[in-house]
Every structure is written in structure tokens, then in C-alpha cells.
Write a protein that binds this ligand. Structure first.
Ligand SMILES: Cc1cc2nc3c(=O)[nH]c(=O)nc-3n(C[C@H](O)[C@H](O)[C@H](O)COP(=O)(O)OP(=O)(O)OC[C@H]3O[C@@H](n4cnc5c(N)ncnc54)[C@H](O)[C@@H]3O)c2cc1C
Length: 395
């Protein structure tokens, strides 16, 4: 490391750390330094499904997602580089017990500028003829949705950050945040102290390794999440839209090399609290069989395919399933962007700007950052949905 001091240190080189650093450098924060203990995107970002959607259950998140989606569709101009975004469309399927909530949420999303509409089951079958729509009462469609390559997106933000003068050091764990008199004075690394007045901890499920020693444990749980890779048979070769099946709690998104990723969103699928430094990197046998079965019931063509295994990764889950974007309550100069709860990829272009504004001006200009404050949990004022769905844990 050549740097022994910086104006702002961003800890964590995932997609949000890279975006925050880029926005800080672009907005003139001075010498911006990313310190990453592994390599870029070595946390959740590198294993993300990276779906980019606009459907959220809270108006603030809808507006953030609408803006972020436009960035992904226009990344070369808005950021620079290529996150390999593919617009596939996204179909949402709901049972009768979620029908009213789905109608209300789609109406709210449209009011907030999202391109989403209710579709008849006949239209849903036209969009994805391979589906078995048994049990579906209501369907909605987001034509602008798709997915990016999370590694490419992280590196694109990091490259632009460097273009604006930021320095990125990988293989450099931050061991502690150094403080004096209630203020940040630097970060401790194996190469010594890096002096700084401002630290942004964008360390996902590892956040409390740095926050807890400061007496500030955040309500962020490291949850192991599993993905299963299914080989698409020839009959499903053109099956491309994302499918969010709120009935079986399963989602499907097309992947490279004639494969489809199958994931799950019910509470029982997302309940394994783990040590973020020691968790199962492969999917479990039972999970592979279960996700394959759930996918095959909604898309019968998958019954005659081969599951290719799967992988484990981490969510940084908060009690309301939404991120913490805030200044520390007790240490001046320390900021947190964590707790993305399995949906922080798509928000990264907007979170980057909001956090940069928070650090540089004390508030965010484009979207309110107050709803994301850490104290909302103690204040019993979570960032919840007016019309929640019955099954999925993160919405
Ligand atoms: C399987 C899966 C599917 C997902 N699908 C989607 C999706 O479809 N759409 C969506 O929007 N989101 C999705 N997400 C969520 C999204 O990927 C994450 O919210 C996002 O990538 C988090 O980025 P981050 O930069 O905040 O954290 P991370 O990518 O976890 O990065 C944190 C970084 O901090 C580093 N670090 C930690 N501690 C230290 C330290 N002390 N010193 C230095 N470095 C440190 C880590 O090594 C890591 O690289 C998914 C997540 C998973 C796991």
C-alpha cells in the first residue's frame, strides 16, 4: 500500500463499496481509498443473482429502484463500462392470498414511476409459455427488468473510481477502526495505521467485526443463502424471463451456458445464521433436490433436466429486510452501508450517490436517507410494507 492517509476510506470492495467510492471520488471527496480484505466482489457481490427490478413494497425503494434500473440500462453513459445487463423482463406470480396486496403494490409502483403492470393469465402464458400457472390468481410483469453480471458491474464501478483518482488495495483486511475522542482517526491494517477522518464501512455481513468493538452492534445477521444451477433442456432453450413465484417461494433467472439459476425466498429458506468466515460454499444435496422440484412444478420442462449443483453465499439480513445507510450514532466520521438483505445489487448505483452525499454534505439530496437509519429498529419504526406478501422474507 502506498497510501498512509486518505480523505475517505471505504472498507469493502463489493458492488456497493465500489459504487460509493466512485461517487465520492467523482463528487470531489479528495483521496478516496478502498480497502478490501479479499478481492473485488469476493463477498455477496460476486455470487449475486444480480436481478435488476423496480417492484418494491415501499415508495422510497421503488423510486430508488426506478432510478437504479435506468442506470443499468444506460450504464455506459451514466457510469462507464459494461455491467453486461440483459433485459429479460420479469414475471411475478401470486396466489389468491396475496392477490389484493399484489394489486395494491403494482398500483403504488406505477404511481411512483415503475414500468410494471398486471397481466392476465393468458398474457402471462404468452410471455412464458413454458409455465404451469396452476394456483396463480394474479400475475404482474416488469418488461424493463433483467440481470447484470455482478462481477463486471463491481469492476466497472471500481475502474471508474480509479479514473476519478481513487486508490484500491485488495488483500488488505481492516482490523479495527481507530478512534480518539469520539472521532475516527484512521483504520488499522496489517501494514499499519491509515490515517483518515472518514470511514465508510461497506462490509456486508462482516460489519459487526468492526462495529461491535466500538460498542455499536448493528442488527445485521449473516445468513447463508443457497442457489441451484439447472441445465435448461432443449425445450426451455428460449425460456428467458425472470419468474418470481410467490406461491412456491422460488425464483428463476436465466444464466450463462444454457443454465438457469433457481433460488428461494421463503423464511425457511433464509434462516441459517452462519459465521461469515466459515460457511458452506456449496449447495446442500437436499436443497438441490428441493429447488429442482419447486422449479419443475412451475416449469415442468425442468423435470427432465439435470441439476448441476449449486453454491452457498451470504445475505446481510436486517430485521425489516432493508439496508442501513447511516452515520454512526457514537463515532464522528464513521458511516455504515450494510444490511442489504439480499437485494442490494440493483440499488448500488443510487446507494453510491446517497452515501457519498451523506459523507460530504450530511444528508442525501435525491432520495431520503432517513428511513434507512440504524435507530429505526430501536424506535420500532421499521421500513416496512403497507401491503406485505405472506411468504417471502425479503420483499
Ligand atoms: C445468492 C444471492 C443472490 C442475490 N441476488 C440479488 C439480486 O438478484 N438482486 C439484487 O439487487 N441483489 C441481490 N443480492 C444481494 C446483493 O448481491 C448484495 O446486497 C450486494 O452484492 C452487497 O454488496 P456490498 O458491496 O454491500 O457487500 P459485499 O459484496 O458482501 O461486500 C462486502 C465486502 O467487504 C469486505 N470486507 C468485509 N470485512 C472487511 C474488512 N474488515 N476489511 C476489508 N474488507 C472487508 C468483504 O471481503 C466483501 O468483499 C443477492 C445476494 C446473494 C448472496
Amino acid at each position: 500500500m502506498t497510501t498512509r492517509s486518505a480523505d475517505v476510506v471505504v472498507v469493502g470492495g463489493g458492488v456497493n463499496g465500489a459504487s460509493i467510492a466512485m461517487h465520492l471520488a467523482r463528487m470531489g471527496a479528495g483521496r478516496v481509498l478502498i480497502l478490501e480484505k479479499g478481492h473485488l466482489a469476493s463477498g455477496a457481490s460476486g455470487r449475486s443473482v444480480a436481478m435488476v427490478r423496480q417492484h418494491y413494497l415501499h415508495p422510497v425503494l421503488v423510486r430508488m429502484a426506478v432510478e437504479a434500473g435506468a442506470v443499468f440500462r444506460n450504464f455506459a453513459d451514466a457510469v462507464g463500462g459494461d455491467p453486461r445487463f440483459q433485459q429479460t423482463g420479469r414475471l411475478l406470480l401470486f396466489a389468491e392470498h396475496d392477490a389484493d396486496a399484489a394489486r395494491a403494490n403494482v398500483a403504488m409502483n406505477r404511481d411512483e414511476g415503475a414500468n410494471i403492470r398486471l397481466v392476465s393469465l393468458a398474457e402471462a402464458a404468452e410471455i412464458a409459455p413454458a409455465l404451469d400457472l396452476d394456483g396463480v390468481a394474479v400475475a404482474a410483469y416488469e418488461p424493463d427488468a433483467g440481470h447484470a453480471d455482478p462481477l463486471a458491474a463491481t469492476y466497472a464501478f471500481a475502474d471508474r473510481a480509479r479514473d476519478y483518482g481513487a486508490e484500491i488495495v485488495t488483500g488488505c483486511p481492516v482490523r479495527a477502526i481507530a478512534t480518539s475522542g469520539g472521532r475516527v482517526i484512521g483504520v488499522e491494517t496489517d501494514a499499519g495505521l491509515v490515517e483518515t477522518d472518514a470511514v465508510v464501512a461497506v462490509t456486508g455481513p462482516w460489519v459487526n467485526q468492526l462495529a461491535a468493538p466500538l460498542g455499536e452492534t448493528l442488527p445485521v445477521s449473516p445468513i447463508r443463502v443457497q442457489m441451484v444451477v439447472l441445465r435448461r433442456p432443449p425445450s426451455l432453450e428460449s425460456f428467458s424471463p425472470i419468474v418470481m413465484d410467490h406461491i412456491s417461494g422460488t425464483y428463476l433467472r436465466v444464466n450463462a451456458g444454457s443454465t438457469t439459476l433457481a433460488g428461494a425466498m421463503f423464511e425457511q429458506d433464509l434462516s441459517e445464521v452462519v459465521d461469515p468466515d466459515d460457511y458452506g460454499l456449496n449447495a446442500d444435496h437436499d436443497t438441490i433436490v428441493s429447488f429442482w422440484d419447486r422449479a419443475s412444478r412451475r416449469v415442468p420442462g425442468f423435470a427432465s433436466t439435470t441439476p448441476l449443483g449449486g453454491y452457498g453465499s451470504l445475505y446481510d439480513l436486517t430485521p425489516d429486510g432493508n439496508p442501513i445507510l447511516d452515520a454512526s450514532a457514537s463515532v464522528k466520521g464513521l458511516y455504515y452501508a450494510t444490511g442489504f438483505s439480499g437485494h442490494g445489487f440493483k440499488l448500488s448505483p443510487v446507494v453510491g450517490r446517497m452515501m457519498a452525499e451523506l459523507v460530504l454534505t450530511g444528508d442525501s439530496a435525491g432520495h431520503p436517507i432517513h428511513p434507512f437509519r440504524a435507530s429505526r429498529f430501536a424506535e420500532d419504526d421499521p421500513l416496512g410494507a403497507e401491503h406485505p406478501y405472506k411468504g417471502p422474507l425479503h420483499q
